[in-house]
Write a protein that binds this ligand. Structure first.
Ligand SMILES: [Zn+2]
Length: 225
């Protein structure tokens, strides 16, 4: 008799895994095999010059949007593309660890915060629909997107809390919050001051396929030419 765990382990495939493995074969065929020298040079180390902070949303993959190869961008993805402020409180600071590695070890030259259209995290920040839920039942998300609480107030006051206009304003505000929080990290602030690091805000929506860049002087997003 096999245990439930053994049964799961012997369950070789699923439609989902089949699709992933088919994609893996396409990647081997079309991208990996023809460029073995490139991958060989990446075997020992990586030296990306750009860090991208993006949302976990399945529709906005930075490597796809920017059409880059492995080794070119160092990516952190999370709910709503957030960067928390520099904090030394106990806890597991995943984004801060990645940021530290990118800046101090990889010495990236640019950090791009990539917001996106129809962001569920930003929407939840706006509606506060998960407010008061327990960890594991929405509470982790609620706590995470509370990073947007302050930025939410003027958005909600101007546009309300529902509808695309309000949601987009919240999505844009989220990018500005992450940029502001990046600047609370001493290594980022110093890098920006001595010109070794540039921060960028960007926004992409799969619906129109247009990348926008943030003009930090006036806070507006304009399509990239
Ligand atoms: Zn999102």
């Amino acid at each position: 008799m096999i245990s439930a765990i053994d049964a799961r382990m012997t369950q070789a495939t699923s439609p989902q895994l089949d699709r992933l493995i088919a994609g893996y074969h396409r990647f081997r065929e079309a991208a990996w095999n023809p460029r073995r020298e490139r991958w060989e040079s990446l075997r020992q180390s990586q030296s990306p010059e750009v860090m991208v902070i993006a949302c976990s949303d399945s529709r906005v993959d930075p490597a796809q949007v920017f059409d880059v190869d492995p080794g070119e961008i160092f990516v952190v993805r999370n709910v709503a593309a957030m960067v928390p402020p520099f904090e030394t409180t106990p806890g597991h600071h995943g984004v801060s660890a990645a940021l530290e590695f990118a800046v101090q070890v990889l010495k990236v030259r640019e950090i791009v915060v990539l917001g996106h259209g129809m962001c569920g995290g930003c929407k939840a920040a706006l509606t506060r629909e998960l407010h008061g839920t327990r960890p594991g039942e929405g509470g982790f998300i609620a706590d995470w997107i509370a990073l947007l609480d302050e930025a939410r107030e003027p958005v909600a006051a101007k546009y309300g809390t529902t509808g695309r206009e309000a949601e987009r304003a919240m999505e844009h505000a989220g990018v500005r919050v992450s940029l502001a929080n990046l600047r609370t990290f001493p290594c980022v602030r110093e890098g920006e001051a001595d010109g070794s690091i540039t921060l960028r805000g960007a926004f992409f929506a799969i619906s129109d396929g247009v990348l926008h860049l943030l003009d930090e002087a006036d806070g507006s997003f304009a399509p990239v030419k």
